[in-house]
Design a protein. Structure first.
Length: 338
């Protein structure tokens, strides 16, 4: 009888919020740098305190590795922060686990950032960023200035990977109206990029973009707004212009075959809660995807968020990119190596 009571107690102790002891740890993969530091502080650490489930950090997100894991059946990631168009494409390709979140959680998420297989992580913008004082009293303001090497000489920092942002910026700088961006005129976009190709320095991570700006190696560039916000908070002499900012969202997904699906769903539910989203937005400068989050934020933090610059933003078309990412990527990487 004592043995039976002891066994029952042991089994009860192994159950944490509906997740067995085998799921007492899970892996969260994101982009590294200040963004993932904030995700750890505002999502992972309080989630562990609340549930007892340890969240192991990994990264940066790598789509080739993601696909290889799923196809080999050897998945070690549980929740991954990905770009919106990848989430759409990965769902079509059968790489994702369908979300099983409570109805109350689903209702609290901005419907723009919710699909059956992915939910928003945060809402961000590509902005024109620059190091103050580089050109004396002059400061760049528009995407056209980003391509004006006579008025604003120096290297330009651009995102290395084939993804929404750079091609749209090139077309807008060349005079294409925002409402006529899609389908992308690739010939025109690459001609515009050709005009400054020798001045481009590529960044592959947010941390790299911050280093390029802060050091002055590339004193102007197209950068995620949250990375500029983090530099400003650290005291670095950098600024950004919201004119023509290019907006979209990151998504949280669970790879097909993830080892701790139940824990993953609990983590996503917590990470997308109003409290967690508000804390992350205040720390990162990225906008929350929970519709109740901004009400929990201090008013002074709101101007740093992309959705408070809606009059000057251009929404990136993630469905277009999901359908054309491969063909664009082939041309993009071939052009980079020429």
């Amino acid at each position: 009888m004592k043995f039976g009571i002891g066994l029952a107690a042991l089994l009860a102790a192994s159950w944490v919020g509906g997740v067995t002891a085998r799921a007492e740890s899970m892996v969260f993969t994101s982009w590294g740098g200040t963004t993932q530091q904030a995700q750890k502080k505002d999502w992972a650490d309080p989630f562990t305190k609340k549930t007892g489930i340890k969240v192991i950090q990994d990264g940066p997100t790598n789509y080739g590795k993601f696909k290889a894991m799923v196809e080999s059946g050897n998945v070690s990631w549980d929740v991954v922060d990905v770009e919106y168009d990848f989430a759409v494409r990965a769902a079509k390709d059968g790489l994702l686990t369908k979300l099983t979140l409570p109805a109350s959680v689903m209702k609290s998420i901005d419907p723009r950032f919710l699909t059956p297989y992915a939910t928003g992580s945060f809402y961000y913008a590509f902005v024109l960023a620059y190091k103050k004082g580089t050109w004396g009293a002059y400061a760049p303001r528009t995407l056209a200035d980003l391509f004006n090497t006579k008025k604003f000489p120096g290297k330009r920092a651009f995102y290395k990977w084939s993804a929404p942002g750079v091609l749209e910026a090139a077309l807008l700088a060349d005079g294409v109206p925002p409402g006529k961006l899609y389908p992308l005129d690739l010939n025109r976009a690459f001609r515009k990029l050709d005009s400054i190709k020798s001045n481009i320095v590529w960044w592959g991570s947010g941390a790299q973009s911050q280093q390029l700006l802060a050091s002055g190696e590339a004193p102007i560039g197209l950068v995620w707004n949250g990375r500029v916000d983090a530099l400003q908070k650290s005291g670095a002499p950098v600024a950004m212009s919201w004119d023509g900012n290019l907006t979209t969202g990151d998504m949280l997904v669970v790879p097909k075959g993830a080892p701790h699906v139940a824990a993953a769903m609990k983590f996503i539910a917590y990470a997308t809660s109003a409290k967690a989203q508000a804390a992350f937005a205040a720390d990162s400068g990225y906008a929350p995807i929970n519709t109740g989050a901004e009400a929990l934020m201090a008013k002074h933090a709101l101007p740093a968020l992309p959705d408070h610059h809606a009059r000057s933003h251009v929404d990136l078309n993630m469905q277009y990119w999901a359908n054309h990412r491969t063909e664009i990527a082939n041309r993009w990487y071939a052009w980079q190596t020429k």
